[in-house]
Design a protein around this ligand. Structure first.
Ligand code: SF4
Length: 286
């Protein structure tokens, strides 16, 4: 049985999640919500908390889960196992998609052609998640992005002068294309530290290991920097989040999507990034 402390802690997290869901209208009545489930603590908490809301709080929506196996040897297998275990434990409809099966190569194969594996990983994961969620009739795609992830993402776009990506900021994306399943971020107000404590306190089966490619990423460096800042100046991350939220409406209005001429998926150019990269990788693998 859970101790009173863990019950209070869980309650605090649930309150934050409910606040985001209600304040930003993340879920509409009757929505089919697909959770992008990696097996890591953030996506697993997202699944558990949405399942709890569904069963205990009178929210009216359907829940399913999609796990993408990118093919990262010695790492991804455990995450996929945790993802499946949690979905089955909660009785959630679970779909596992292998990048190798879908695209003909794994992330390990593709990574050699890029400065960092995170570049193809991000492109193909987004592509497969959206395509699968759309095929499954999902109205929303819930990701495990927490408060820390969001601030890191913003600073990454800032550092790369990538204004288009600012449109992805915020707990909910608008439907900017009929085939683009809008993303929602129920953990938007939950700091990463609290997600970790939740997983440990509740003894949840989560994959806690770090991806072997993580050290290559700008995100990882920004994460360390922000953690140091937060330690010396508590509240910094939340202040940044609030600042970005107040100042980003202009960038959000500028985004328009067309359709990729090869795969038909939503794209900002005539050929989408995933098709462009697939072509490049396949040519190099031959
Ligand atoms: Fe993919 Fe990079 Fe994350 Fe590893 S660290 S899962 S390669 S985005």
């Amino acid at each position: 049985m859970k101790s009173l402390d863990s019950q209070n802690f869980n309650q605090e997290i649930e309150t934050k999640v409910k606040k985001v869901i209600l304040d930003y209208n993340l879920i509409d009545k009757g929505d089919r919500v697909a959770v992008a489930l990696s097996g890591g603590k953030d996506s697993v908490l997202t699944l558990h908390i949405l399942d709890k809301l569904l069963n205990e709080d009178g929210f009216d929506f359907e829940l399913l889960a999609i796990a993408i196996d990118e093919g990262i040897g010695g790492y991804r297998e455990e995450g996929i196992e945790s993802a499946g275990n949690n979905a089955h434990q909660l009785g959630v409809d679970y779909h596992e998609i292998s990048m190798e099966t879908e695209l003909g190569f794994s992330l390990d194969d593709a990574s050699q052609f890029f400065k960092t594996a995170c570049v193809p990983c991000g492109v193909f994961r987004r592509y497969l998640l959206n395509r699968t969620a759309y095929q499954l009739g999902a109205d929303k795609l819930a990701t495990g992005h927490n408060l820390d992830d969001e601030v890191q993402s913003f600073l990454m776009s800032f550092a790369r002068a990538d204004v288009r990506r600012f449109a992805k900021f915020g707990p909910k994306q608008d439907r900017i294309h009929s085939q683009m399943v809008p993303r929602i971020k129920p953990l938007w107000l939950v700091p990463e530290k609290e997600v970790g404590i939740w997983a440990i306190m509740n003894e949840v089966d989560v994959h806690l290991a770090e991806c072997p490619y993580a050290h290559q990423s700008l995100r990882s460096r920004l994460k360390n920097y922000l953690n140091q800042l937060e330690e010396n100046h508590p509240g910094t991350k939340m202040n940044m989040l609030k600042f970005f939220q107040k100042n980003l409406q202009v960038a959000k209005k500028e985004v328009k999507l067309a359709q990729c001429q090869i795969c038909g998926e939503p794209s900002s150019a005539s050929t989408c990034k995933a098709c462009e990269m697939q072509e490049f990788i396949k040519q190099n693998l031959e």
